[in-house]
Design a protein around this ligand. Sequence first.
Ligand code: WTA
Length: 645
Amino acid sequence: MSDQGSSQGNQYPPDPELAKTANVRPEMKDQGLEEFWDNQAKDKISWFEDYDQVLEWNLPYAKWFVGGKLNACYNAVDRHVENGQGDKVALHVVPDDGPDSDQAHDITFAQLQEQVVTFANGLKKLGVGKGVPVGIYMQMIPQAVVAMLACARLGAPHTVVFGGFSGKAVAERCNDLECKVLITQDQALRGGKSADQKTNADEGLDAGPTTVEKVVVVKRTGADIPMSDRDVYLDDLVDGESGDAESCPCEPMESEDLLFLLYTSGSTGKPKGVVHTTGGYLVGVATTHNLVFDVKDDSVYWCAADIGWITGHSYITYGPLVNGCTSVLYEGVPGYPDKEVWWKIVEKYKVSILYTSPTAIRSHMKWGEEHAQAHDLSSIKILGSVGEPINPEVWEWYREYVGGGKAPIMDTWWQTETGHILITPLPGITTMKPGSAQQPFPGVLPEIRDDEGNKLDVEQTGNLVLTAPWPGMMRGLYKDDERFRETYWSKYSDAYFAGDGAKYDADGDIMLMGRLDDVVNVSGHRLSTFEVESALVEHDDVAEAAVAARKDPDTGQAIVAFVSLKGDKQGTEELEQALREQVAQSIGKLARPATVIFAPDLPKTRSGKIMRRLLKNLAEGEELGDTSTLVDPSVVDEMKKQIDG
Ligand code: WTA
């Protein structure tokens, strides 16, 4: 855990001009929880049928907007067209080679509607409809957003699998949710390199029994790829299908009907299928998007995340579109085709709100501010950060060089499980302190407690909990209620346990201190040490593996793998490479260990438990403390030699 924010550091009072016009009003914090969310639900969402109860709370099970009927796609697309906003740009589509590419184009809300309806009509032919789950394994192309919305239109729950994950990960998730249809693309194009997305998916699906019966393939590069009877190109599927809204009406869904499942890493066992439902989730994402980023009619918003993560679900697809906001959708990565591409995008589209991760900002910082300075970024009004604690010096750089020395930074704390932002500064209200999310959003009640459940005083690190429900909260873990209760609701009988360390600073502001469990946060992406360990032991030479994290200047945390080998196998450089490749194959490249340490055995206590605290200290290069409970302390000396050497 790293100590990020500091109350001794710089403070930035809110801009009085912004305070006058900001959507968020100070008095919102005085409203009761149900009152606040009820007002927002009426203001932000169109209901086919009104709800008759705001909240039904039966800890840990929440139902929000009970009795209401609505459709996510109707809220994100159709109603804007009906309200005369059809010609407004929904998406500025920026391809991998940047905003100057001849493939850059805009999609209006009317065009988005047509694409979604056509796609949905195609899916219907494959038997997709209300309650029929669909897998999506795509990169950052507009059809990914269209696919999500087409599912929502039909009432079909989706599960998006990050496009950089392996085919194995796709197959596991699709099987778990029993998806009959998987939507993917022929090839991925990122950073100028193409990858065989569809073939990757095939490898996963073909490795064992699968529930997937049909694979819909969107053409991105048009490469000649192997197609089987299971596969159909989207173009062929929708050939002759209507794009008229009436040809495929939005399915009326109950507030508590499943909208999507998103799998995320936990500290043990297989990925957790986090359940998100329709009404509360939409109210939560639309409200937070509107108030945190102060979205106006003419805002141009860019969230540089990936739709494969919750940030992409909540703040690329659902939040901004429900708010009728114009967004940039960028396929590429920072640094390609050049180090200025991000700033060219901001300049070309006059981006007024930029939401990204500390990892991305650290890359830009490393390349130097001259790239940002070469472009007119004066359109920027609000900046956002998400995914991990932001180092104060990175915060200062972001504000100075991207925010023109004046844009406020919304350091937003939330999780896949929480669905939307819960802790964040507010524009025009909060005096900002670099490196800390600081304040609960209206209608949200966090607390920092010690292990016994006492609320902590200032400057004492403890556990972050939420003492009341919020609309977008997870409704459970798919098919695993016991794990849901155990992971989030057993530490305290009356509160949600977030798994993050936190403390109050001298003013009572909340400072996030990092994960408490065995989850590694690489470039803002959650990975479980357990999953990486499982991938390592799949290699024939490996007897045992344990994984810990160390701080990394670029990626926040980096993975250090401790590996003991079978018999007389030797830890060579080739083997190290093979192991890193093994993890990349099994999970995805971002899980690849930065360092592999070979040892004759792992440090174990007499009861046979791997001493993880020690591995963390080793990985971080810290003092090792007491090693006397180890069976064989010399194991550690050997490891330390390798790390120091
Ligand atoms: C971390 C991403 C500090 C935290 C939306 C959390 C943060 C985990 C912040 C969730 C922040 C996210 N400051 N830490 N502003 N935002 N985190 O599920 O440890 O991918 O528990 O959701 O990221 O990661 P997830």
